[in-house]
Write a protein of this length. Structure first.
Length: 239
């Protein structure tokens, strides 16, 4: 693919470090924000002049998923999401021990140049929706735990006005309702998808695994490139 640009992207929480090699094997290093606007600028740079691009980046959870999706959806761009362990082992072959963004981008560019290219397949919409629900539920559970701690402290002091204690109790009841509503909506998402439904039934059949825990586990297990816990009879499920 002589007319294809190659790129390695080191993904950070806020920034993207990119090493690009064009068709004439000239290289340059670029920086973009890890934001939707930054992703659009990167895509324009990779495909400028109507060119094509092959890109590799490490799987780094929430920081890489949105970028991988944007690249996958862009015309004329192919993306490969590399297991971090594979990237580290590849770097050792070059006797690289230091951990810097520029070196990581360079290693990922060499990875896409030298290794068999495996196109990344994004998760289905249902899996993405479940992930969003599960993380929102987890955030609200954390807030609820903080409010419970405040209520516990309030019950052991006479200095706090009763109105403050009442406000905490009202907020706890409100959080309970919101968490329950989101869990019900998450179950609706799961139940509409045969593969997710199959996995949820498997998880909740395990002693001690209740539905809320099963939803959180399933949301993380069904991230990009993961397989179902067990393939349902009559077919297999994708990511």
């Amino acid at each position: 693919m002589k007319d294809t640009r190659l790129a390695g992207i080191d993904v950070g929480a806020r920034n993207l470090k990119i090493e690009i090699e064009n068709a004439s094997e000239k290289r340059c290093r670029l920086d973009f924000a890890n934001t939707p606007a930054g992703h659009r600028k990167l895509i324009r740079r990779l495909t400028q002049g109507g060119g094509r691009a092959r890109v590799s980046l490490e799987a780094s959870g929430i920081y890489s998923l949105d970028l991988a999706l944007a690249l996958h959806r862009a015309p004329r761009i192919e993306v490969m999401v590399v297991n971090p362990r594979a990237a580290r082992d590849f770097a050792k072959a070059f006797l690289l021990r230091s951990k810097t963004d520029d070196i990581d981008a360079w290693v990922l560019l060499e990875f896409v140049r030298r290794m068999p290219f495996v196109s990344w397949q994004p998760p289905r919409d249902a899996a993405l929706a479940l992930r969003a629900f599960a993380r929102r539920i987890a955030a609200l559970i954390k807030i609820r735990s903080q409010e419970k701690n405040r209520l516990h402290a309030a019950e052991h002091t006479r200095e706090l006005p009763a109105a403050i204690r009442n406000d905490i109790e009202v907020n706890l009841r409100h959080l309970d309702r919101r968490i329950q509503q989101l869990e019900e909506q998450a179950v609706d998402v799961v139940w509409a998808d045969p593969c997710l439904r199959h996995d949820l039934v498997l998880l909740t059949s395990i002693r001690g695994v209740a539905r809320p825990s099963a939803l959180q586990i399933l949301a993380e297990l069904r991230r990009p490139a993961r397989r179902p816990l067990a393939a349902p009879v009559g077919g297999a499920c994708g990511p």
